[in-house]
Design a protein around this ligand. Structure first.
Ligand code: HEM
Length: 198
């Protein structure tokens, strides 16, 4: 059991539900378009949770050092790769939407979203490709850290830019915006605390 919830196995464990639930949403709905929309929405939320955990992994330990926060910190890399896998499913669902309903795709995604979202996928790819001890050695720790930090803030920004306009029109999105803002707040608190302590 311990092996299953640690290390590389975690990627498999976290990816299985997102693949299964998204497939169910997409293929078990009579109308493919609403199935795809539910799938895109679900994968975005699933990714958000994984992303949020990775984003605050270090900060959490500062506030409470227990088995759970230690586990998160230890498995941060694998949770990050699980986020990348989940967002790959988001990308695939979008691609299916584009293939089947190009007009809907063009109406819902503005040119700006395509550019910034596209860069977002590239950033996720770079983060995933550099998630190894080998990459840290090759790039150097400081540069690696800067790439990771920039990438994480960029993805945070894309999530906010996606959810905030939706929240203004549909209140059910506000908890997701609040979650994002809280994660950022916690990171800043952690940063300030470590700067003050040093
Ligand atoms: C880091 C990259 C990205 C992130 C973090 C992201 C995040 C999100 C989020 C949070 C939603 C809202 C889901 C909901 O309505 O519940 C969404 C929806 C969507 N995204 Fe992405 N996205 C990214 C990249 C992209 C790209 C590159 C495209 C297409 C070129 C895209 C197309 C869509 C579409 C079509 C929807 C559904 C819109 C709708 O039905 O209202 N996304 N995305």
């Amino acid at each position: 059991m311990k092996r299953l919830i640690n290390g590389k196995n975690l990627i498999f464990l976290c990816s299985l539900p997102v693949i299964a639930i998204t497939s169910l949403l997409v293929f078990q709905t009579i109308d493919l378009l609403s199935g795809l929309r539910s799938g895109i929405s679900f994968t975005a939320q699933y990714s958000l949770v994984l992303f949020g955990i990775v984003f605050i992994a270090s900060s959490l330990q500062l506030f409470s050092k227990n088995q759970f926060t230690i586990w998160i910190r230890k498995n941060r890399r694998y949770l990050g790769l699980s986020f990348a896998a989940s967002h790959l499913v988001h990308g695939l669902a979008i691609f299916v939407l584009y293939l089947n309903y190009e007009d809907v795709f063009q109406q819902t995604v503005s040119p700006l979203s395509k550019i910034f979202g596209g860069i977002g996928f590239f950033v996720i790819f770079v983060l995933a490709m550099t998630s190894s001890d080998y990459a840290i050695k090759k790039i150097g720790f400081r540069r690696w850290k800067n790439i990771q930090r920039f990438g994480m803030y960029y993805i945070w920004f894309i999530f906010l830019a996606s959810y905030l306009p939706r929240a203004i029109n549909s209140p059910e999105y506000w908890p997701l915006v609040l979650f994002l803002v809280s994660c950022l707040g916690l990171r800043f608190l952690f940063h300030n605390a470590t700067v003050t302590n040093n």
